[in-house]
Design a binder for this molecule. Sequence first.
Ligand SMILES: [Zn+2]
Length: 76
Amino acid sequence: MSSKKLLNPSKDDKPLWLHVEVLDAPIGGGGNRKWRCRYCNKIVTGSYSKVRAHLLKISNMGVEACKGFQMMFIVK
Ligand SMILES: [Zn+2]
């Protein structure tokens, strides 16, 4: 799913989950989870692609760009 490698993927191939707080992850709900952004407190229900779109400010993903997250947070 993720084509860009933002972090060393050895630990987790979906590292941006660390930047949101997962509130609800329904069993059998596919990749959709209810999560709250740690930076702007926005609550979103969606898959990891929406987490990415929100934090990385990717448009056309049906989710608002984050106002609090800075790219420098994940640059090592
Ligand atoms: Zn946010």
